[in-house]
Design a protein around this ligand. Structure first.
Ligand code: GTP
Ligand code: MG
Length: 200
């Protein structure tokens, strides 16, 4: 699939104020700084579309981007950023949870995992919560450019093994880098195939 147009639509703290209509949407979630906004820029080929930062906690709202005038990519705030303080963390958690649980248009959630790290409790708990709430999701390993082949493959198989302790069937997964565009075609094709199914 080619992305021919990508436009910022709206930012929101309130799920009720997200765009009306029935366009399907694909949301990106994960720990603060895992690379959600960078991945959205890589996928759309628009460098400054989603705001990125080397310091965690950049994205604070639900951001809608209209793609090819017919579906949305949604950039969500990251979870687990300690420096926000208890109140700040609760606010963000509230935004994330209400979006995921209430947004009917959300067709698939991409859960981003830093490919450099051993499985982290915070991500595993979040994935478990998705399961409890029957949220459709896929895993996206990020920052693959930062690891050499052997370690990358090791980390990914270790992660999948960990997930197998929780899940009978593994979710779809993708290995990506926003630096060298690894995984771009696979992710875009995946979203296109879901869009096609929805239009049948
Ligand atoms: P929050 O909005 O704070 O939750 O963060 P985010 O998940 O949107 O992360 P963001 O895209 O802002 O990226 C965080 C940092 O990681 C930035 O310094 C990016 O340049 C860097 N980064 C993101 N993706 C990649 C990648 O694939 N490779 C490398 N080398 N760096 C990356
Ligand atoms: Mg961000």
């Amino acid at each position: 699939m080619d992305i021919t147009s990508a436009e910022f639509t709206i930012s929101n703290a309130d799920v009720q104020k997200c765009p009306e209509g029935s366009f399907p949407e694909y949301a990106f979630i994960g720990r603060s700084n895992v690379g959600k906004s960078s991945l959205i820029n890589m996928l759309t080929g628009r460098k400054g579309l989603a705001m990125t930062s080397a310091t965690p906690g950049k994205t604070m709202l639900i951001n809608h981007f209209l793609i090819n005038k017919s579906w949305y990519i949604v950039d969500l705030p990251g979870y687990g950023y300690a420096k926000r303080g208890q109140k700040g963390k609760e606010q963000i958690r509230n935004i994330i949870e209400s979006y995921i649980l209430q947004r009917q248009q959300m067709t698939n959630l991409f859960v981003l995992i830093d490919s450099r790290l051993a499985p982290q409790a915070i991500d595993l708990q979040f994935i478990e919560w998705l399961g409890e709430n029957a949220i459709p999701f896929a895993i996206v390993f990020t920052k693959a450019d930062k690891l050499k082949g052997g370690r990358l493959n090791n980390n990914i198989s270790q992660y999948l093994q960990k997930l197998q302790e929780q899940w009978e069937e593994l979710p779809p997964y993708f290995v990506t880098s926003s630096e060298n565009r690894l995984g771009k075609k696979e992710l875009l094709d995946y979203m296109e195939s879901i869009n096609k199914d929805l239009n049948k």
